[in-house]
Design a protein around this ligand. Structure first.
Ligand code: SF4
Ligand code: SF4
Length: 326
């Protein structure tokens, strides 16, 4: 049995909504099959008011064991570092998180806001938001770069806006079954099993990417990199391997990837593209090429592929024309 407490800071509850839609395994399966005892959750917990305060005080005092602390939403430190903008159970939420993290077996940050500050931490950041152990790309956050939970791990980050539900439930299973030590994490504390490949892995438009065939919102065929700034080639996430709702993904539905699992999200540098202004990679000298590829090599190869792709399409159309006119 693993006791889990879920708290929310500067959040929209999107990660809770995602979590409740998990399929492999589902939330009821976490409880029934994997022995997770949800002590309290802000949306599904039955306790209110003093009952929640008492529970958290009991955890702090060691009367109730806390195996997993899950945090969703940014850590709000405003105004002026007091944290009183986010008061919870008679204290700033950030104080609860700091103290509960000291006694928790493992701490899991869910979604971009909890991992790196997310949307609330975009400058000018009026709520002084940050993440649990990162502030955007920099280590630190609320708990500091050296923090380790009682289980010996730093905060396990499951980013996304929201995080994919099965990434969340599968990591909770790894903790509850004692296998979290086998889960490797990357430099941003993301489990490598979900965040090693780029979103482009498994994207049906990958051939169009190589051939530089432009695609458009919602229209099948063509890659969304060139005209609408898809961030699939520079975003590590398994969205095209572990499909959303076991059905699809943004790029499969011909919507560009917004890069929501990277600490720079939401990209707010208007010169490099943002969620409000997408990057165009053609039409002028592009500044970005996919990660790990030389600019010269990329454009030389892409040029050849585009010519070959064009020839293939012309040949295909001519063949179709001859066959229908037979
Ligand atoms: S649509 Fe995006 S993820 Fe798919 S191939 Fe193009 S750039 Fe890559
Ligand atoms: S496709 Fe990109 S923006 Fe969409 S959920 Fe995956 S990583 Fe996030």
């Amino acid at each position: 049995m693993a006791n889990l407490l879920w708290l929310q800071g500067g959040a929209c509850s999107g990660n809770t909504m995602s979590f409740l839609n998990a399929e492999e395994p589902t939330v009821p399966e976490l409880v029934v099959d994997f022995g997770i005892n949800i002590l309290w959750h802000p949306s599904i917990g039955l306790e209110i008011g003093d009952q929640v305060t008492d529970l958290m005080n009991d955890i702090k005092a060691g009367k109730t064991q806390l195996d997993i602390l899950v945090f969703e939403g940014s850590i709000i430190q405003g105004p002026n570092g007091t944290g009183t903008m986010n008061y919870f159970a008679e204290r700033p939420m950030m104080d609860w998180v700091r103290e509960l993290s000291e006694v928790a077996g493992f701490v899991v940050a869910i979604g971009d806001c909890a991992t790196w500050g997310g949307i609330p931490a975009v400058p000018p950041n009026p709520s002084e938001s940050t993440g649990l152990q990162f502030h955007k790309k920099a280590k630190g956050g609320l708990l500091g770069s050296n923090y380790k939970s009682k289980g010996g791990l730093p905060v396990i980050n499951i980013p996304g806006c929201p995080a994919h539900p099965d990434w969340v439930t599968q990591i909770l299973v790894a903790i509850s079954t004692g296998r979290i030590g086998d889960v490797l994490i990357d430099d941003y504390h993301r489990p490598k099993t979900f965040f090693t490949d780029f979103v482009q892995t498994g994207c049906p438009n990958a051939i169009s990417f190589a051939q530089k065939v432009d695609g458009h919102f919602g229209k099948r065929g063509g890659c969304l990199f060139y005209e609408v700034g898809c961030r699939g080639p520079m975003t590590r996430a398994s969205c095209n391997r572990i499909l959303w709702n076991r059905q699809s993904s943004k790029t499969r539905a011909n919507h560009p990837c917004l890069g929501c699992t990277e600490p720079g999200f939401p990209h707010h540098d208007l010169k490099k593209g943002s969620v409000l202004k997408t990057m165009k990679h053609l039409g002028f000298l592009p500044k970005d090429v996919p990660t790990g590829v030389s600019k010269f090599g990329y454009y030389t190869r892409a040029g050849f592929e585009k010519v070959l792709g064009g020839l293939e399409r012309v040949t295909g159309t001519m063949q179709e024309h001859f066959e229908t006119s037979k």
